[in-house]
Ligand binder design. Structure first.
Ligand code: HMG
Ligand code: MG
Length: 289
């Protein structure tokens, strides 16, 4: 019996690759995205218009967007930390962008060199501009359970940032367990607080799998009403500013898990396995997470 639709938002070409030490050629990234475009995703995060001094791996983002073959029905997304990144993303022809904030001050400072309030103020003109041109903006909240700098993060702090991003106009709020420290209990406490301020249908779970609990955390999230989960093919990933952060939960594992539970993801598992093998091969010898 089908339990209805459940979406995987593929973030491998961005979150999966951003922390890789090997300088991955644009052509390899394009090939990965083109493979993923055949798998049945509605949204793929392919790029990040951040400072190349901060994340060198994402420096070729405009070329990636120029090189891919766009599939009908797929929205190609990119991270934008500030108006400059937003302008570059628009020029590259993205279908949607994401702004990213943190629920903890320590990670906010380490990741975007700004306090939480300052980062939200930077996003305001992005959301304003995006509204005028009808470009969807997604909002991330990092460190929804634990911060590598500040320790345990209170659910109320997550709810506060999620609420603000949603009020600013983000169409969906993706909740990042950046260092994969969440457990079903802590994820449930966090989601119950966030659900009070943002409709559950506008929430996504973005779980890194550092301690192997991401699938359990997805189960908890499903039981609380979430139906969108971010994942990266091959389980690649990690954030350069989150020491200890391991990969995102692997798309191929989430897709099989959701199918076994009875959810319809609309994904072609054979194509996803092909993309996962490509992603793993792109890691090279020098990966450091
Ligand atoms: P800053 O150093 O405070 O600001 O960085 P700045 O304005 O002084 O800029 C520094 C340099 O970068 C300057 O160059 C700028 O021109 C340039 P210089 O004058 O020194 O030659 N610059 C840019 N270049 C290209 N594109 C831009 C851009 N902006 C400035 N958009 C800044 C502030 C926000 C730029 C920086 O901190 C940054 O880029 N941070 C991004 C960090 C990042 O990408 N982290 C990973 C993504 S978040 C994540 O992975 C978590 C997530 O997956 C969810 C989860 O798991 O929790 C989403
Ligand atoms: Mg992440």
């Amino acid at each position: 019996m089908s339990l209805g639709p459940c979406e995987i938002f593929e973030v491998g070409p961005r979150d999966g690759l951003q922390n890789e030490a090997r300088d991955i050629p644009v052509a390899e990234k394009v090939a990965l995205v083109d493979c993923l475009s055949r798998a049945g995703f509605s949204r793929i995060e392919v790029a990040s218009f951040v400072s190349p001094k901060w994340v060198p791996q994402m420096a070729g983002s405009a070329q990636v967007l120029a090189g891919i073959t766009r599939a009908d029905g797929v929205r190609y997304a990119a991270l934008t930390p500030n108006p400059r990144g937003f302008a570059d993303a628009k020029a590259a022809g993205v279908d949607e962008v994401a702004v990213f904030a943190s629920a903890s001050e320590g990670f906010s400072k380490a990741n975007v060199n700004a306090s939480i309030a300052e980062s939200l103020a930077r996003f305001a003109p992005i959301l304003e501009d995006a509204r005028h041109i009808d470009l969807p903006v997604r909002g991330y909240v990092s460190c929804v359970v634990e911060c590598p700098y500040d320790g345990t993060v209170k659910p109320a702090a997550v709810a506060d940032v999620a609420d603000k991003l949603f009020a600013m106009g983000c169409y969906e709020i993706s909740l990042g367990d950046t260092i994969g420290a969440g457990t079903p209990d802590s994820i449930a406490r966090m989601l119950l607080a966030v659900r009070d301020v943002v409709p559950v249908g506008r929430l996504a779970g973005h779980y890194h799998d550092t301690h192997g609990r991401a699938l359990e955390n997805i189960d908890t999230s499903l039981s609380l009403g979430l139906r969108v989960f971010d994942a990266a093919v091959g389980g690649l990933g990690g954030c350069p500013y989150a020491p200890g952060a391991a990969g995102n939960v692997a798309t191929e594992a989430v897709a099989r898990h959701l199918a076994a539970l009875g959810y319809d993801t609309g994904l072609d598992l054979a194509v996803i396995d092909e993309a996962a093998a490509m992603a793993q091969a792109m890691r090279g010898e020098s990966a450091h997470v």
